[in-house]
Design a protein around this ligand. Structure first.
Ligand SMILES: Cc1cc2nc3c(=O)[nH]c(=O)nc-3n(C[C@H](O)[C@H](O)[C@H](O)COP(=O)(O)O)c2cc1C
Length: 203
């Protein structure tokens, strides 16, 4: 599943989802490890077309903001890259982080505040792998302003939206990441990121 998993934009079928499969995927996310067992995540399942269209419009605007920072080959390559499948996917799941969950004494978070966010990301990865095992795809969309998403979904001010995930059955999963296929970036060799005894030592 780790090898098969892909970030999906173009391959969603949009088919109706089986509620039991959705429950299994959410349960996998909810089984993730979390700092101090805080389980600081929530999952907002979004099917409403009006909400999804409003989000897609915002993402399109943010795409333009990023595109405006690019020039030359980067701009041309980015122009060919699809960055979301918000309307094509069956539904979306917005994953949020609540720093107040289990606070103030979150065991293990007193030195590193981000451990709460790390926990949410582990839940997202569990969800992603479980969805892959079910023959579904997931596409993470991060081209948004957090406040826009808070307003759109009535998320309280202290809670952070961490991911908008496009979710659902797919025709197929690509063998190679989209960004690699489109010439944006390639995956690094394992040996270039493994260090021995000191960060300075790579074999
Ligand atoms: C935190 C995070 C944010 C991402 N945001 C986007 C996004 O806004 N749009 C998009 O198309 N892909 C997004 N991705 C997917 C990555 O581009 C993708 O994971 C990467 O290119 C590797 O491809 P793979 O997941 O298929 O292995 C995001 C992934 C992560 C982990």
């Amino acid at each position: 599943m780790i090898k098969r998993r892909r970030d999906v934009r173009a391959e969603f079928t949009g088919a109706e989802v089986d509620p039991e499969v959705l429950r299994r995927v959410l349960a996998a996310a909810h089984a993730a490890p979390s700092v101090g067992l805080s389980q600081p995540w929530d999952f907002v399942v979004v099917r409403d077309d009006v909400t999804r269209r409003a989000f897609r419009k915002h993402v399109a605007e943010q795409r333009e903001v990023f595109a405006a920072e690019l020039s030359g080959e980067r701009a041309e390559t980015f122009a060919r890259i699809k960055i979301e499948g918000i309307l094509e996917s069956s539904l979306s799941i917005v994953v949020t982080y609540d720093p107040a969950r289990a606070a103030p004494a979150v065991l293990g978070r007193h030195t590193i505040a981000e451990t709460g966010l790390y926990s949410v990301c582990l839940a997202i990865q569990n969800l992603w792998l479980a969805a892959t095992a079910e023959g579904w795809g997931v596409g993470w969309v991060s081209f948004y302003e957090e406040d826009f998403l808070r307003d759109l979904l009535d998320i309280p001010p202290a809670v952070r939206p961490v991911a908008w995930l496009c979710v659902g059955p797919v025709q197929r999963l690509q063998d190679t990441p989209d960004l690699e296929r489109r010439g944006w970036r390639t995956r690094l060799p394992l040996d270039s990121v493994v260090h021995y005894e000191s960060y300075q030592v790579i074999r």
